[in-house]
Design a protein around this ligand. Sequence first.
Ligand code: TXA
Ligand code: MG
Length: 387
Amino acid sequence: MTNRIKKTQVINAKPLVEHKISKEERDQLTETLLTAPATALANGEVVAFPTETVYGLGANINCPEAVDEIFSIKGRPNDNPLIVHVGTKEAIKPLVQSFPEVAEVLVEELMPGPLTLVLPRSDIVPDNVTAGLDTVGIRMPNHPVTRQLLILADVPVAAPSANLSGKPSPTLAEHVVHDLQGKVNFIVDGGPCQVGVESTVLDLSSGPPLILRPGGVTASSILRCLENHHIQFPQRDWQIRLLHSGSGYSVADHEVPKSPGMKYRHYAPDGIVKIIEGNDRSECITNILKFINESNIKDNFYGIFANQEFIDEVKARLPGETNLIQYSYGPVPDIRKATHELFAGLRFLDEHSAKWIFVETFPDQGIGTAYMNRLLKASGDTSNRTE
Ligand code: TXA
Ligand code: MG
């Protein structure tokens, strides 16, 4: 069944994201556009949809065949658990065995939003969703289309990012079409994802909160929330551990649950990602030139993902015959814009056959932690414990 070619229908739900339409128009449009994919989702079909982070590929958690189909469509190793998506806060509690105060605070303050909470799972969450773990990741996306879709489907939806396994996550419906055309019945197009990298995965299942994967919500905003609500943990320095978790900070193995995907290369284009290194801009450019000079310039296509100012400087100093394909995320350095465009840029450079892809770095702080994490993974680094 999985191998049969499907007639993929792309549903243009972008008008639902626009602010200008009236409530009546929106309700009418929601029904017209989202009833078919929501019904398909509830009835056991796999449906791709937008979220504020990246596009997801969803299945009703109560339909084991649909959940299995997600793994086969993506080519995803089945020891990598799926996040369960819900449309309302009320839908969270039945999925978990316990709901500590810290979860209550974070759900109240940061959901809907780019945050996934890992909690002990209840009996209604099947084994194939969590890859046999006794915890479940739960997320409530902050995207009008997704929330309506989830509310209409009225079932918890297991959903990984809607890319083929190992590839950069999709941030446009076109990316999903590229990867999954003929493999799913519905792709809901909600326009570009606002954040551009996935949710922050926060483990609350044992001890103080720890970030397993940095993402759209920063460690300091999580900490601020907890401190505002006077949440404390008996462990010394738990605040420092939270702030450093997710960026390769080493925590003793017994203190964190395994992050099953850590051993896989992720977010990776076909081209080889080279992180641009150097103490300042001039040294960065010198290093790029050195690399290009040492490789065979005539036969290679180089790609660069950076701000336009930087790209212009690189181009001015390159030997004339160099094939450089550029993707500029904006005129000057800007971590939010770079994060928003990173996956789209890597995909674009791949499509243009870049063999080596130079990518701008940012300080490992704030949203920069998520950006650098994805960059490291794309360059093949599997050493830190997030994926
Ligand atoms: O923003 C996102 O989170 C997107 C959108 C579609 O919601 N989803 C997403 O899913 O990125 P995926 O499957 O590509 O990544 C989920 C990550 C994986 O690293 C997985 O190992 C981890 O979350 N994860 C899921 N459940 C877990 C659990 N119970 N314990 C530990 N890690 C878990
Ligand atoms: Mg993914």
